[in-house]
Design a protein around this ligand. Structure first.
Ligand SMILES: Cc1cc2nc3c(=O)[nH]c(=O)nc-3n(C[C@H](O)[C@H](O)[C@H](O)COP(=O)(O)OP(=O)(O)OC[C@H]3O[C@@H](n4cnc5c(N)ncnc54)[C@H](O)[C@@H]3O)c2cc1C
Length: 499
């Protein structure tokens, strides 16, 4: 029997980078993912990675922008680490073979996105940054002799014995459940978008990491802070909603209402490039009043700069040079998550978290655009280093105690209606604007849905659990801050205006 290895759950940027870092330090590791390696939000990232490498830029300027976007809640040390260690990770990516778009002079090209004070976003293949990055890391991970990859392997629980993480329970594609012993478990399971009716997140983003961490006894924090992207393509009935990257607004596209009025300027003098929460609320208001459109017709080289978005639009018969794009806000990103220290350790010994599932405190109440891929690299790297340095290489294998394992019962498939109702409740009552009444209503409805869900439908139960935790956290926070807007507790600036 081999000694247990660290088990990494998830093959987005955070999971792949953790695996590579551990392996590059000589540690064997197992990487699990519930579908294929390529199924992740990371692979879909469009705009790029924010990093202070451009002319006249500096990590301290990037940090100042990140702090400002966070609405006063980001941890300054986490932000310092993100922005100062970011450039080093990008150089490592380049050394691994990642390619970023360059200008005619051969230097990296930098795009502009909202709330950045200067162009800072490096990108690949125009708007296909995520696919390029994951393609590069996939090659590295698949060919590394110290990394074992298990696709179609869904983690259903974190296993704990004597107050320590000892492994995970998994369900394989063939319907077989089994425990896997681990010297440590690193959750890199991404976001929670699929709890909402309108989201840009892929189907795999069902909040599993938060559910299994919470059930195991790990602490979640700041989970009420969710970011709604202002410009998802409005195509009723399509899940996920295709994203129109902020980089399109950075390139000059403007938002107009049904009268052709450029309404974003009414909300903020920065207009389309105001922070995401401001623009998202303005789009929601325009949408409710008759519609919101992103007009990109003046971007002549649209297809060259945004080939991925052009292809998505073409699938739906939309030509960005001819048509204004119908848009609406969509749940996009979770700022909070499993509380970790700055090396990825949760409060539960042996359980780590990196990437979107984690809360290092780096985003505070609102994430600065394109900081999440960077977060995935920087904090996964720190976790990988710290884990590699942990004692335990020579651990002799300990038999795992008996744990109840989740089986494939088919019950979740029959709870489709319950999940649909949950998603509508979350979008309607725990969405872009919240009130005590809407949150209370959501709590009651989620409790009813939970009662109606058989325990054999454990995936649905997990999603309802996380939806309830988000709602409770949103009720507890009696203020408006960043991505959390309470109509009954308006932000201080708005209160002054009203007075
Ligand atoms: C459309 C879109 C565009 C974006 N564009 C940008 C951008 O330009 N720049 C930027 O910085 N950010 C962007 N983001 C956000 C960014 O992509 C994500 O925050 C980031 O990629 C998250 O990385 P991750 O590794 O933490 O998780 P993910 O990339 O989401 O990966 C999570 C992994 O965990 C696996 N998993 C989940 N549950 C289980 C389970 N129970 N068992 C086993 N495996 C499981 C999933 O299958 C997946 O492999 C975008 C997001 C979206 C949706």
């Amino acid at each position: 029997m081999n000694p247990p290895r660290p088990v990494i759950v998830g093959t987005g940027i955070a999971g792949l980078w953790t695996a590579w870092r551990l392996a590059s330090e000589g540690r064997r590791t197992v990487v699990l993912t519930k579908e294929t390696l390529a199924d992740s939000a990371s692979a879909w990232a469009q705009g790029g990675i924010a990093v202070a490498l451009g002319p006249g830029d500096s990590p301290s300027q990037h940090a100042a922008d990140t702090m400002a976007a966070s609405d006063g809640l980001a941890d300054p040390e986490a932000v310092r680490i993100l922005t100062s260690e970011g450039p080093g990770r990008i150089y490592e990516l380049l050394a691994l073979g990642a390619r970023f778009d360059r200008g005619p002079d051969g230097r990296l090209g930098f795009g502009l996105e909202a709330a950045h004070t200067r162009p800072r976003i490096i990108h690949s293949g125009g708007d296909r940054t995520g696919a390029a990055l994951i393609g590069c890391l996939a090659q590295v991970v698949r060919s590394h002799p110290l990394i074992e990859l298990m696709e179609h392997t869904e983690v259903t629980a974190v296993l704990v014995s004597d107050a320590r993480t000892v492994g995970v329970a998994v369900l394989r594609e063939d319907g077989v459940s089994r425990p896997i012993a681990a010297s440590a478990v690193v959750l890199a399971t991404g976001g929670v978008g699929q709890l909402y009716a309108v989201t840009t997140n892929p189907r795999v983003a069902t909040a599993d990491g938060w559910a299994v961490a919470h059930r195991a006894g790990a602490e979640l924090r700041d989970i009420e802070f969710l970011q709604f992207h202002p410009t998802a393509l409005k195509l009723p009935g399509i899940n996920p909603a295709p994203l129109i990257s902020e980089a399109v607004r950075g390139a000059g596209a403007v938002l107009v209402d049904r009268d052709g009025h450029r309404f974003a300027l009414d909300a903020d003098p920065r207009g389309e490039l105001a922070p995401r929460d401001v623009v998202a609320r303005a789009v929601a208001v325009a949408d409710a009043a008759g519609g919101a459109w992103l007009d990109a017709r003046d971007i002549e080289d649209f297809a060259t700069r945004f080939p991925g978005i052009t292809a998505i639009l073409a699938e739906h018969g939309i030509d960005p040079l001819r048509d204004a794009l119908p848009v609406a806000p969509a749940l996009h990103y979770a700022m909070g998550g499993v509380r970790t220290d700055l090396e990825g350790r949760s409060n539960l010994p042996g359980l780590w978290a990196v990437g979107e599932v984690a809360s290092t405190g780096v985003h505070g109440a609102n994430r600065l655009a394109s900081n999440s891929l960077l977060e995935g690299l920087v904090f996964a790297d720190r976790a990988g280093h710290a884990l590699a340095a942990e004692p335990g290489r020579g651990d002799s294998p300990r038999p795992l105690p008996d744990f109840p394992l989740q089986e494939e019962t088919g019950a979740d498939a029959q709870c489709d209606g319950i999940r649909r109702t949950m998603r509508e409740i979350m979008t309607g009552c725990v969405g872009i604007q919240r009130t005590e009444a809407s949150l209370l209503h959501a709590e009651q409805e989620l409790a009813r849905l939970t009662r109606e869900t058989p325990s054999s439908a454990w995936r649905t139960r997990n999603q309802l659990l996380v939806a309830t935790l988000i709602t409770e956290a949103a009720r507890r926070r009696r203020e408006s801050r960043g991505g959390h807007r309470r109509l009954d507790y308006p932000p201080a600036a708005l209160r002054r205006e009203t007075a």
